[in-house]
Design a protein around this ligand. Structure first.
Ligand SMILES: *Cc1c(COP(=O)(O)O)cnc(C)c1O
Length: 434
């Protein structure tokens, strides 16, 4: 099966003109739709007629024309037969797992997944549904294979892990999943266009559109890409998780995101270009840095084999300042003095977003888990933006690092006790982030 370039697939989509011939898609603001003949209603309710089956739209929580078109655009970008959008990345993940697994079924998942996904699989789903998950190191294929049971329905991984940027070997993972009659579900939020998981055997690709795809940190949204059959099953009026749990995307949101897709390719190229420049120069300075675009990264060659070359290696890298004290001073200097970026969770924004994962986005992990996952206390994750010039931004970064000082080798300081009980702490504070 040949795989079309994602930008070509997107460009090949039949144009959806606005209602009055506008160059942009109209926003369909209706929550309910008329039928011309009463006799068609039963077929629509049985799922035998729908937007692509000579039927019509039914109700906005089912399919909405504007959201439907955005779904088709995302399916084209990911090389999937179909896609549908949701109100958040988390709802896309939860709806997918609930659609694929029933009570008593089993999931195998990477132990470095996004914090919300981790909590969903580890705590919420077992308690509420009896769906249990075994967490594995995504780079240990033998460990993954051994974790499968007769009830395993889903192998869940992220293309690029957070924050250590390990790369999932998608073709090998797809092999393992398919040998066990399970589906490979890939969260591709960190690297849209950079990697096309469908081309490497994924069955379902999930996005938090909140990040790079929307790109302006003003919208929370998600998407599920897969086969026609799978997307239709999500919408089944009796057993579909999207239809029945109802994480519906607003058509106005769909229109806004759709207007930002045409420049996603340009944005990813620039995010990646700058991330490569900065990580290369940091490495030359002697600052420990993690970026899969660097030949020294353990998965550099794997990512080379998987990626679509013109989009680089992604817009995220990490640097290790050796201690959380130094990391915090650097972040404050960069934000408050240089306006280099923002100390904020999330990623994929046009400006740089910076966090200290050990104390924020990965704070659900214990000290031991942090150490095992390679998340040093002074590690800083940067989602590199493209405002300002490269030299201006580099000067700000270099000057701040020299002022704060760094150790050429990572220093593993002791964690302060406040993060060791972070799981309980999260429940109380409701603190979760990307
Ligand atoms: C942010 C994020 C999510 C959750 O997405 P929301 O849109 O915030 O619900 C899931 N996976 C990854 C990798 C993310 O970065």
């Amino acid at each position: 099966m040949s795989f079309q370039h994602p930008l070509e697939s997107l460009a090949d989509l039949r144009h959806e003109f606005g209602e009055h011939g506008g160059v942009n898609l109209s926003i369909e603001a209706s929550s309910t739709f008329t039928v011309m003949h009463a006799s068609t209603l039963p077929a629509i309710f049985q799922g035998k007629r729908g937007p692509e089956k000579g039927g019509c739209y039914l109700y906005g929580r089912h399919y909405n024309p504007t959201v439907y078109v955005l779904g088709k655009q995302l399916a084209a970008l990911e090389g999937a037969e179909a896609a549908y959008c949701t109100s958040s990345g988390m709802s896309a993940i939860a709806s997918t797992v609930l659609q694929l697994a029933n009570s008593g079924d089993h999931v195998v998942a990477s132990d470095t997944v996004y914090g919300g996904t981790f909590a969903l699989l580890k705590d919420f789903l077992p308690a509420k549904t009896g769906i249990h998950t075994t967490f594995v190191d995504v780079t240990r294929l033998d460990e993954i294979e051994a974790a499968f049971t007769e009830r395993t329905k889903v192998l869940f991984v992220e293309t690029m892990s957070n924050p250590t940027l390990k790369i999932a070997d998608l073709p090998k993972l797809a092999d393992i999943a398919h040998r066990h009659e399970a589906r490979l579900v890939v969260d591709n939020t960190f690297c849209p266009l950079v990697v096309s998981p469908m081309a490497h055997g994924a069955d379902v690709v999930i996005h938090s559109l909140t990040k790079f795809i929307n790109g302006t940190s003003d919208i929370i949204a998600g998407a599920i890409c897969g086969s026609h059959e799978f997307v239709e099953s999500l919408m089944d009026l009796h057993l579909g998780s999207l239809m029945l749990l109802g994480p519906t995307m607003d058509p106005k949101v769909a229109s806004e995101i759709s207007l930002r897709l045409p420049h996603l390719g340009l944005r990813m190229q620039e995010h990646s270009r700058r991330a490569l420049v900065f990580s290369t120069r940091l490495q030359e300075m002697g600052v420990p840095v993690i970026y899969p675009g660097l030949p020294e990264h353990p998965h550099h060659h794997l990512l080379d084999a998987l990626r679509n070359p013109e989009f680089g290696y992604g817009g995220i890298f990490c640097l290790d300042m050796g201690s959380s004290r130094r990391a915090n001073s650097l972040l404050e200097k960069l934000q408050n003095h240089h306006h280099f970026g923002f100390m904020a969770v999330s990623l994929g924004y046009f400006d740089t977003l910076m966090t200290c994962p050990a104390k924020t986005t990965s704070s659900e992990l214990t000290d031991e888990e942090l150490r095992r996952s390679g998340i040093a206390p002074g590690l800083i994750r940067m989602s590199i933006g493209y405002t300002g010039t490269i030299e201006q931004r580099w000067n700000q970064l270099e000057e701040s690092i020299r002022e704060v000082g760094f150790h050429p080798e990572p220093i593993h300081e002791e964690h302060t006790p406040d993060v060791t009980h972070s799981r309980a702490h999260i429940r109380v504070a409701g603190k979760r982030a990307s």
